[in-house]
Write a new protein. Structure first.
Length: 298
């Protein structure tokens, strides 16, 4: 039996067609050394020279020309087999798309690692899964429209009635404030305490802002809102020496705020309970989910 792998045949045919190892390497996106070593290994397996080497490059031997023809036929056959497998997989694999809130990912302060999603895809090849990083506001809307199968995000205040879901986890909210001037000496901050400052809205996720504002309304607290709207990765220097605060999930703030001049204060309500935001796995109501999510933010 021929002791050669498909890659060796592929590299040999590419070198034969290109006329040199360097030209073949460009087509294959590998180094010329990789092509040369692969062809030499194939020749050792066969016990026959495939190329004549000379000062002007390489040329096929008489046997090499015969072998190239059969090798090309074999590679074509392998290609047809792969295409057959792809067709079968597409016909028998269910496609699922999942939109994931950007802040859920590790690089943005969350816990999801892209490598774990790739591993999931490899272990569940019977499902053709697409994982899409998205801004939070559009995920549930896309689930409701059917352009996404599932979403992992904070729910909007008014959730579409056709959307159902499962609570994944609740995260405590925190206020980002500057230095020692504003709320000096506080290790945590109450909804009432924040009344003395001005809220800078987080432009990428209204749910965080709305969650705090709704909880404040229960205690008849109304915040003064700054005209500023900022992104998660904005330079927060403008908060320094001002009575301004911005709302973040506590976990996100601790992982992404590097400035020693900024303080991260967990937010509690009038009962001393942590103010939290809920993360849901959402989808269309098709009987998949065991219970409805309703329209609650907790």
């Amino acid at each position: 039996m021929l002791n050669a792998d498909v890659r060796q045949l592929e590299y040999f045919v590419a070198a034969a067609d290109a006329g040199s190892y360097s030209s073949a390497a460009k087509v294959l996106y590998v180094s010329p050394q990789a092509v040369s070593k692969s062809v030499q290994a194939l020749e050792r397996h066969l016990g026959v020279m495939l190329f004549d080497r000379g000062p002007n490059g390489i040329s096929l031997t008489e046997f090499g020309r015969q072998f190239r023809e059969r090798a090309s036929e074999l590679l074509d056959a392998f290609g047809q087999l792969e295409a057959m497998a792809d067709d079968y997989r597409h016909q028998h694999t269910e496609a699922v798309s999942v939109g994931i809130h950007s802040l859920c990912f590790r690089e943005h302060g969350g816990t999801i690692d892209w490598n774990d999603l790739l591993l999931f895809h490899e272990e569940h090849c019977e499902i053709d899964t697409s994982f899409i990083e998205m801004r939070g506001g559009s995920i549930v809307e896309d689930v409701a429209k059917g352009s996404l199968d599932f979403g992992i995000s904070v729910l909007p205040t008014e959730c579409p009635v056709d959307v159902d879901g499962i609570l994944l986890r609740s995260f405590p909210l925190a206020a980002l404030v500057s230095g020692d001037r504003f709320l000096a000496g506080k290790q945590q901050v109450s909804i009432e305490d924040l009344r003395t400052g001005q809220l800078v809205l987080f432009s990428e996720e209204d749910s965080f802002n709305n969650r705090l504002i709704e909880e404040a309304a229960k205690e008849q607290v109304v915040y003064d809102v700054s005209p500023l709207r900022i992104r998660a990765d904005s330079d927060m220097g403008f908060l320094l020496n001002r009575n301004l605060f911005s709302v973040r999930p506590l976990q996100h703030a601790r992982r992404t705020t590097m400035s020693d001049a900024m303080r991260i204060l967990p937010i509690v309500n009038g009962k001393g309970e942590s103010v939290e935001i809920a993360l849901y796995l959402s989808g269309i109501k098709v009987g998949f989910f065991p219970s409805p999510i309703g329209h609650s933010s907790t």
